[in-house]
Design a protein around this ligand. Structure first.
Ligand SMILES: [Zn+2]
Ligand SMILES: [Zn+2]
Length: 171
């Protein structure tokens, strides 16, 4: 299988300050993303700029990850794109604990891109931050309608107080 995210780092490492742009569409399947958030034919857009330092290569840019899911409150189907902001370091001799390793002068961006996709495509999404959800009894979508089957403990408390007030007023 072709490895579109494998970059030869030799040239970059030879001359610190060298830049290289990586702009690749890559299939979810090629990234090994197979859970229900990702469909096989979907394309993940990788836009990265590589810049060499004296002790490594900085990889910065964005990864656009299309994902599918269902709102966890109203169960509406969702299809959106998560944008991951990337700012990572690759080193031949790893001195930074958060750096990825450059092996045999090859920079393998695939594990990093995969990690971002898995992290930024939500597992339990919401259609909107204040989604009102569904009525647990009749299943009506509170984002669009109201129903009368909701038990209302708050109202019954008021009813008790009203009764009490009526009694007091009566005296
Ligand atoms: Zn919702
Ligand atoms: Zn209802």
């Amino acid at each position: 299988m072709a490895r579109p995210l494998l970059v030869n780092a030799a040239e970059l490492l030879r001359r610190p300050g060298t830049e290289r742009v990586i702009s690749v569409p890559i299939g979810a399947v090629d990234l090994g993303l197979s859970d229900s958030r990702f469909t096989a034919d979907e394309v993940i857009d990788v836009q990265l700029r590589l810049e060499s330092l004296t002790d490594g290569i900085v990889v910065a840019g964005t990864i656009s990850v299309p994902w599918h899911g269902q709102c966890r409150r109203c169960l509406r189907d969702l299809a959106e794109v998560a944008i991951s902001e990337v700012d990572e370091l690759y080193q031949t001799q790893v001195t930074n604990t958060e750096a990825f390793e450059i092996v045999d002068n090859q920079l393998d961006l695939l594990p990093m891109v995969r990690e971002f996709a898995l992290l930024d495509a939500p597992l339990a999404p919401l259609c909107q931050p204040d989604c009102a959800g569904l009525c647990p009894i009749c299943g009506i979508d509170f984002n669009h309608k109201q129903c009368s089957c909701v038990p209302a403990p708050v109202e019954s408390q008021w009813a008790v107080l009203d009764q009490l007030k009526a009694q007091l007023d009566g005296n």
